[in-house]
Ligand binder design. Structure first.
Ligand SMILES: [Zn+2]
Length: 132
């Protein structure tokens, strides 16, 4: 009975996606922080995010919401890659140096302590000299 009503209500509405899950997780973290720090501003911010997630969930403009989710996923992937890069830089800090290619900005990893060497970019083939 209730399930039927809910299903009918959600008919033609967007529902949840990765972007909404992210918004709700951030909202939850902000709510916990707002309680710990007794900050009304953080709590207000958390509720704004919750309302935004609800708005997106019940929205009938499915095309627009999908577009937002694609944007969100793209941004999420960029952040994930950046963090993975920083992690490997930190892991190899004693044995390797990282350079970015002056032409195509690809990240290049070379062994440390070889003096001044010529580095060849394995994406675009550009060669440049750096001290390792
Ligand atoms: Zn290059």
């Amino acid at each position: 009975m209730f399930r039927d009503k809910l299903q009918r209500f959600m008919l033609g509405r967007y529902g949840s996606d990765n972007c909404n899950r992210f918004l709700l997780i951030v909202a939850l973290v902000l709510l916990v922080l707002s309680m710990l720090l007794r900050s009304q501003l953080l709590s207000l911010l958390a509720w704004v995010l919750v309302l935004l997630a609800w708005f997106r969930m019940f929205s009938r403009n499915i095309a627009r919401r999908r577009q937002e989710n694609v944007l969100y996923l793209r941004y999420h992937e960029q952040v994930r890659r950046y963090l993975a890069y920083q992690r490997s830089r930190w892991r190899d800090r004693k044995t390797h140096r990282y350079f970015s290619c002056p032409r195509c900005h690809a990240h290049l990893r070379v062994p440390k302590g070889r003096g001044r060497i010529s580095i060849r970019c394995n994406r675009c083939g550009h060669e440049f000299e750096r001290k390792t």
